[in-house]
Design a protein around this ligand. Structure first.
Ligand SMILES: NC(=O)c1ccc[n+]([C@@H]2O[C@H](COP(=O)([O-])OP(=O)(O)OC[C@H]3O[C@@H](n4cnc5c(N)ncnc54)[C@H](OP(=O)(O)O)[C@@H]3O)[C@@H](O)[C@H]2O)c1
Length: 245
């Protein structure tokens, strides 16, 4: 079935993708974030496939309404895309298709919420960012952290064309330079400036309970917030746990 993708109003001036898809995007997690990222990526010219925890048929109606133009698939098929966004409750990360994700370039858009995910000590350890824990589990994928620190509402409504003075920024953290560069390109295509925060361990600065979390700021302010991390309350907790103070 073919659907006509709608274009968010704030991106309607973005240049049209006249020469076919710019690449494929697989999304694992057909919820609020998965649908919003699908819409942004479709507008940017990506071929988008999206998976829930079951069969494609289970999410077909949801995808048809929420991300028209995206194709529902099994999670293992979404894992084969050029870029794969993980947008499931983080507490369920061990249900991800680890074999299918071997070699994948993975964007970790997930956050740990104990109220939602349950108490999972390994995801609440100030010595390790949750993205590093995910990277250990997906040992043969390249994990890059981004998209997680902005609300789904802001992701959708603050996306703007490059050069717009109101354009907001997303921080990006990852260990693999090529993977980070490709994710930066993706972030910039879907409507945000990208601010490279450093290695995956720096993903800690993007997590819940940080100043950056839920912030929708421009690139200069995102950089400044990242730089102030060690002076923040969460930064001091992490520093104490790591014996840095
Ligand atoms: N909400 C926000 O503003 C926001 C912003 C940025 C990041 N995040 C993070 O993004 C993630 C998703 O948040 P959300 O608000 O989109 O959650 P959501 O609306 O509850 O959607 C999560 C989806 O993940 C699916 N899922 C669970 N396990 C799966 C698996 N193994 N394979 C494939 N799909 C699976 C669920 O499908 P089933 O029902 O079939 O299990 C559900 O549709 C969370 O980690 C959240 O912290 C949220």
């Amino acid at each position: 079935m073919t659907y006509g993708a709608s274009v968010p109003q704030n991106l309607q001036d973005a240049p049209a993708q006249a020469h076919g898809p710019v690449g494929s995007l697989g999304i694992i997690g057909a919820g609020r974030v998965g649908a919003a990222v699908a819409r942004l990526a479709l507008t940017a010219g990506y071929e988008v496939v999206i998976a829930g925890s079951g069969s494609p048929e289970r999410i077909a109606t949801f995808v048809g309404y929420e991300a028209p133009g995206a194709r529902p698939v099994m999670a293992s098929d979404a894992a084969a895309a050029d870029l794969v966004v993980l947008a499931i409750p983080l507490g369920k990360f061990r249900s991800l298709p680890v074999n299918a994700l071997r070699g994948a370039l993975v964007i970790d858009a997930m956050n740990y919420w104990w109220e939602y995910d349950g108490a999972i000590p390994e995801l609440n350890d100030p010595l390790t960012s949750t993205s590093e824990t995910l990277q250990v589990f997906l040992s043969e994928a390249r994990v890059v952290k981004t998209l997680n620190h902005m609300s789904v509402y802001a992701l959708e409504h603050e996306a703007r064309a490059a050069g717009d003075p109101e354009r907001k920024a997303l921080a990006v953290a990852g260990d693999d330079d090529d993977a980070v560069a490709r994710v930066v390109q993706f972030v910039e295509r879907i409507g945000f400036d990208a601010v490279v925060a450093g290695p995956l361990a720096q993903g800690m600065k993007l997590e819940p309970h940080t100043a950056l979390f839920a912030a929708d700021e421009d690139a200069a302010e995102v950089r400044a917030i990242l730089d102030r991390f060690w002076q923040s309350q969460r930064g001091r907790v992490v520093a104490r746990a790591r014996g840095l103070v």
